[in-house]
Design a protein around this ligand. Sequence first.
Ligand code: NAP
Length: 325
Amino acid sequence: MKPRVLVTREISPEALTRLKQHCTVDSNQQDAPVSPRQLLLRLKGKSGLVSGPTDQITEAVLAKNPQLKIVCNVAVGYNNLDIAAATKHGVMMTNTPGVLDDTTADLTWALILSAARGLSNADRTVRAGRWKRWRVMDFLGQDVYGKTIGICGFGRIGRGVARRAMGFGMKVLYASRSRATGAIEQEFRASYVDKQTLLRESDVVTLHLPLFPETRHYIGAKELSLMKPSAILVNTARGPIVDERALVSALRRGRIFAAGIDVYEKEPALAPGLASLPNVVLTPHIGSGTIETRLKMSNMAVTNCIAGLTGQRPPNLLNPVLEVS
Ligand code: NAP
């Protein structure tokens, strides 16, 4: 008998067809959100789960589903998965690293340039017919070329952002949990600094850390107060890494110049006041949102799922201490 798998969010039809060749699939291609209660109901009897970043796979979910063997997140971030609990329950968990690095680095750069030049506000003004004449001192932004960029979290995506910054003639600073090798620092012409130095010296601060308990509110009122008044903050990592209320206050008071935000503390809700600020560019969590990349992510999650349910080691296992049986 084929193993049974639940797919909680819409994935690419090609990937779904491949999954169906190996498994009996209950899929939510209509993409109506699956509530925690529905998740528990639909998980009954399933040995595989293909999940999205909005599904919380907690110890309670795992404890109620002892038949579950593998959870495959269609995302590189895995703050919605309790890896420690999964390891305890012998459940494999996987993510989709690598295939979305360039796509997310590109979106980061789109936000850097949009925030620096106030593109959202300029676009809204033109569309609303409020642009009456050209003026020397109107719609003034910040230069990016030749400035200093501070990258927090110097992993796959952080380095992708650094590579692009080299083309903009920027000085690259980074703060991260561990220091990169000399060869990597040379390759990206990047200097390792502490977080405070990065915040004080950067014209653009961009976040590429995973969301862990210790990175929650990594940027709050104190950090924002260290940044230059001309600086730009970009977050394409995870919403709770930034204290969104503190960010609204800093943007409103002109404490920093602008922000580009793709991820939010309580998605899809926004902190009060954020949407009405002229100096912020907001996108709806589309860091990896290109046709090619979402296809690759769907395929990667399905490959992990098929491997895990056919006795092979999933290529992107997050709890590698598990023995695959
Ligand atoms: P990655 O390769 O694992 O890089 C993360 C970097 O952050 C690593 O250099 C890591 O250091 C560092 N780090 C971890 N904990 C830290 C801490 N407490 N303080 C400082 N640095 C720390 O991950 P990635 O693939 O670049 O992805 C980064 C994040 O982007 C993901 O976790 C995901 O949440 C987010 N993301 C968002 C979107 C979107 O749609 N907006 C798309 C893709 C990814 P070590 O080298 O020591 O591990």
